[in-house]
Design a protein around this ligand. Sequence first.
Ligand code: G3H
Ligand code: 13P
Ligand code: ZN
Length: 333
Amino acid sequence: MVSYKTIGLVNTKEMFAKAIDGGYAIPAFNFNNMEQLQAIIQAAAETKSPVILQVSKGARNYANQTLLRYMAEGAVEYAKELGWENPQIVLHLDHGDSFELCKSCVDMGFSSVMIDGSHLPYDENVALTKQVVDYAHQYDVTVEGELGVLAGVEDEVSSDHHTYTKPEEVVDFVTKTGCDSLAISIGTSHGAYKFTPEQCTVDPETGLLVPPMLAFDVLEGVEKELPGFPIVLHGSSSVPQDEVATINKFGGALKSAIGIPEPWLRKAAKSAVCKINIDSDSRLAMTAAIRQVFAEKPAEFDPRKYLGPARDNMKKLYVHKIINVLGSDGKAL
Ligand code: G3H
Ligand code: 13P
Ligand code: ZN
């Protein structure tokens, strides 16, 4: 049993309370490899933003759970080396799907876990989430639950249709489970293909495709039921069109991909939404940079020569998100 406190991590409690009061959201970035982690920490240290490092079940399978956990410990020291005296870094399990997985993360030093029972019948979701909360709270580890189902396809998270969160259920869920934050469904979805062009309308001024508006009325309904309670938005990548264009220009074959407009996320961040999950945008930034190097320098074979530019491009993206979308810069001085 390793306590996250001994390795310099923090849980989400205090940072979420401050984020709700301050009208901003904490970035929750997924990582699977060293370059992604370096880029996240460099961006957070440079902007002095609290940050949540997210590890999915897929990431644990890909990179090895023990290695990821020690990388997060190393990230705290790296942040200090970069001049961030008081790094506020959370190590969080993303989309935990069983009690055993959540327990294993608590035991190995995670400071926060998500138990995603959103696909289960309501009572089973309540029972599973409560089981995780009862265990995690013994060690001061915070727990995110989920109500409502997001559409979209990821390796470990898939559903064809979304079901918006029902505001009338949230008080009962939070009271019965004791969870510390709640992920809700208001029309965001996982992956780069959130909306087809047919689902979108054309903005007459810019000519850009605009997806269906998020259900801000559902968010407001949830806030009314649970004043001041931390709310989480998954599936919040915006699918930057310049990265998509770069990928396709240099040999990629991405279909028309449309994400969540950043001003909508900025609006959400000003509400009780205090954690915004972004993964796909980082994948696109990494792929775009690597494809460009491969196309322009086909003789290059030193991985540092293409993973380095990929890291730089991801860092640029993270800094942009922190400053212009989340508004969390300067909140962890
Ligand atoms: O919400 C899912 C995250 O983007 C993680 O994706 O399961 O492919 O690691 P993954
Ligand atoms: P995106 O696929 O939109 O980046 O969402 C990531 C996410 O919700 C991780 O839990
Ligand atoms: Zn998610």
